[in-house]
Design a protein around this ligand. Structure first.
Ligand code: KIV
Ligand code: ZN
Length: 516
């Protein structure tokens, strides 16, 4: 069996995409879950890009025990030194250095000849190897690179000491038949290819990232780079859950490879990411979308009831997908709740069960039926790591078709001080946002506002997701709030965005150019 190294870049390529940035605590939480999921390498960030990213890579490197921790560095000494400084306390640090090798990138972006690029790549790898045993080199835009030149680069960086050579489809341009050929050419033509792992890193601009990654694995690649929920630059990266489940479900075809992923942790990892970033996956997303295991058509339902495999190629349990069962009501006790929390896959250590139980009771009083999704929300709110600069104490709304919508809001700050203010607005939601802004002394521009019912039923909790651009810095932050009262859910979402913003403000990303 060939072991496929799973290299997760959710915290680097994924986090780089607009709307997905994470603070240090969020990255650590995500990294610990990726460790439980069983990834082999966590790319934790791009250390030189900002002090916040440096700190985050350092903390992740010091926290996780099993996976290697990688940091991205351009092919120059400064990046590599800073990268290593962030990584050096990891059990298994990996420097990941890269330079573009396609004509178009070399000519227009780098303004370097192929000879200069080759030299720079070799120097960077040698320099990195002086600091760190485990060095990965990426030939950026490899799929638009002259294949002979690509093979030469691969050969030379292996000679210089790279343990892994990554062949990225940076712009999501290739197709499976072509990529398979590129990888098999490298496997057959590069004389020292057996001295390094060949990796692939596919973007999804044509919706082919997963297909291309699988074709490359078939052709001999032994590392696959991917992200949870497929997040990443532009259309994203190859989705980890799709690559892994394709190999699992079609083990008749992928019969010569194995990997260390615990598929039962997939759903939880995906949910953690959506709860951190506030960005949901589409309902029809393969493997982890809300509808991924829902059979709507009568013929399908009939088939599944007679024999599950008629329409199901994998079980929801295999990816840790919770069944949509009605669970508890207001007469349920602590034990039943605890059992359900464990069944949902949560590690109860670190969860304040008493607090969760109290919140559950309050909700059960408002709602007759409490579903798995409701419990997940309570837990995620309780374990939320966004330090609360402000929390909502009280909200009162006056609204109606003849009244001027007015919100009175009371907030508590981190020191326990209470402030109250009121505002009118175009509607009750607008009025509550304005009242919050008056207390916090910030101005935000609402870019997106979305409301969903979390479960079925008129008494369902409302989930509000907002995206707010804060005027003093232009930073856009997503926030989420839940309540059976949708105005309260909106105010909570706005406060969540504000708290995340205040946490993040000091860690704004520095622009890094691609010129070495
Ligand atoms: O897409 C890409 O080429 C990258 C490299 C830096 C690996 O993200
Ligand atoms: Zn990428």
């Amino acid at each position: 069996m060939r072991k496929i190294v799973v290299f997760d870049t959710t915290l680097r390529d994924g986090e780089q995409a607009p709307g997905f940035s994470m603070n240090i605590d969020e990255k650590i939480k995500m990294a610990l879950q990726l460790e439980r999921l069983g990834v082999d390498v966590i790319e934790a960030g791009f250390p030189i890009s900002s002090p916040g990213d440096f700190e985050a890579v350092k903390k992740v490197a010091e926290t996780v025990k099993k996976p290697a921790v990688a940091g991205l560095c351009r092919a120059n000494k400064k990046d590599i030194e800073v990268g290593y400084e962030a990584l050096k306390n990891a059990f298994r640090p990996r420097i990941h250095t890269f330079i573009a090798t396609s004509d178009i990138h070399m000519q227009y972006k780098l303004k370097k000849s192929p000879e200069e690029v080759l030299e720079t790549a070799i120097e960077a790898v040698k320099y990195a190897r002086n600091l760190c045993e485990d060095v990965e080199f990426s030939a950026e835009d490899a799929t638009r690179t002259n294949l002979d030149f690509l093979c030469k680069v691969v050969e030379e960086v292996i000679k210089a000491g790279a343990k892994t050579v990554n062949i990225p489809d940076t712009v999501g341009y290739t197709v499976p038949m072509e990529f398979e050929k590129i990888i098999s050419t490298i496997m057959n033509k590069v004389p020292n290819v057996d001295k390094a792992a060949i990796s692939v890193h596919c973007h999804n601009d044509l919706g082919l990232a997963v297909a291309n990654s699988l074709a490359a694995i078939k052709a001999g690649a032994s590392q696959v780079e991917c992200t949870i929920n497929g997040i990443g630059e532009r259309a994203g990266n190859a989705s980890l859950e799709e690559v892994i489940m394709a190999m699992y479900v079609r083990r008749d075809i992928f019969n010569d490879v194995e990997n260390g992923i615990n598929t039962h942790e997939i759903y939880k990892t995906s949910r953690l990411l959506t709860s951190i970033t506030g960005v949901q996956v589409q309902p029809n997303k393969a493997i982890i979308g809300k509808n991924a295991f829902a059979h709507e058509a009568g013929i399908h339902q009939d088939g599944v009831l007679k024999e599950r495999t008629t329409y199901e190629i994998m079980t929801p349990e295999s990816v840790g997908f919770p069944s949509n069962k009605l669970v508890l009501g207001k007469h349920s006790g602590r034990h039943a709740l605890l059992k359900r929390i464990q069944d949902l896959g949560y590690d109860i250590e670190g969860i304040d069960i008493e607090k969760v139980y109290n919140k559950f009771k309050v909700l059960a009083d408002k709602k007759k039926e409490v579903y798995d999704e409701d419990i997940e929300i309570i837990i995620e709110n309780q374990t939320s790591i966004a330090k609360e600069a402000f929390s909502l104490e009280y909200i009162n709304i006056v609204s109606g078709n003849t009244a001027v919508p007015t919100a009175t809001v009371q907030l508590m700050d981190a020191k326990g001080n209470i402030s109250m203010d009121a505002s009118t607005g175009d509607g009750p939601v607008d009025a509550s946002f304005k009242a919050i802004e008056r207390i916090a002394g910030v101005q935000g521009r609402l870019k997106k506002y979305r409301i969903n019912a979390v479960t079925a039923g008129k008494d369902a909790q409302g989930e509000v997701v907002v995206s707010v651009v804060f005027e003093d810095s232009g930073i856009e932050v997503t926030g989420r709030g839940y309540s059976t009262d949708v105005v309260e859910a909106s105010a909570k979402a706005y406060l969540n965005a504000l708290n995340r913003y205040l946490n993040r403000k000091n860690f704004g990303k520095k622009e890094v150019s691609d010129t070495i």
